[in-house]
Design a protein around this ligand. Structure first.
Ligand SMILES: N[C@@H](CCC(=O)N[C@@H](CS)C(=O)NCC(=O)O)C(=O)O
Length: 208
């Protein structure tokens, strides 16, 4: 049995978890979820029934990790040899921007895609404030450095980078130079290419 089981769907946030597994050089088995017939093991592991959901099979028993950002951070933590977890001087940036991407960035993009308007004068109550504020903040970060934590790629780049990469692909993030240059750096990574090749092949197969 592989050390990890990943419940995923090729056209989902599961792509991020697969990329994280490849960056961590982890031994995993992917279970492809059919939305109309979800495996009972997925419901048992994660009552949300969502993907990605990761099971880590350890000698002490199975551990379930859900929430894509948590899966990324977990894999970096349990694979210290991959050097994807933050060094102490990187921890503040690592946590800050991972949480920023999982909260405000994700909410702002989803709100934009759904056409949800924040009532005038109520931005202060909304965690993301506005899509423009979120994007300008993210742009400022990525214009000032190559990677989330500075000069070195960490697992934060898998998660933050996926928000940028997906956003550019789907048109929910504008192609500002700091975003497109960052996406190019991410796309050059062998683990990104290996993981995407698998999901893209599965997407293609489902079309034919
Ligand atoms: N907050 C979760 C969201 C996961 C999520 O919404 N996954 C979608 C696919 S991208 C899903 O499983 N949708 C099927 C459903 O909700 O039934 C995360 O970041 O992992």
């Amino acid at each position: 049995m592989a050390e990890f089981t990943l419940f995923t769907h090729p056209m989902s946030r599961g792509q991020i978890a697969r990329w994280a597994l490849h960056e961590a050089r982890a031994d995993y088995e992917a279970v492809l979820v059919d939305w109309t017939d979800r495996p009972p093991a997925l419901a048992a592991a994660n009552p949300m029934g969502k993907v990605p959901t990761l099971i880590h099979h350890t000698p002490g028993g199975d551990r379930v990790v859900a929430e894509t950002a948590a899966i990324c951070a977990y894999l970096a933590a349990v694979r210290p040899a991959s050097d994807l977890a933050p060094h102490e001087d990187e921890l503040a940036d690592y946590l800050r921007w991972m949480f920023f991407a999982a909260g405000p960035v994700e909410q702002a993009i989803v709100a934009g895609a759904m056409g949800w308007e924040v009532a005038s004068g109520r931005e202060g109550m909304v965690g993301f404030g506005s899509l423009d504020r979120v994007l300008t903040t993210l742009e400022g970060l990525l214009a000032s450095r190559d990677w989330v934590c500075g000069s070195r790629f960490t697992m934060a780049d898998v998660y933050v980078g996926s928000q940028v990469d997906w956003g550019l692909n789907f048109g929910s993030i504008p192609p500002r130079p700091a975003f497109t240059a960052y996406a190019q750096r991410l796309q050059a990574r062998p683990a990104y290419q290996a993981a995407k090749a698998i999901d893209n092949a599965l997407i293609e197969k489902a079309r034919t």
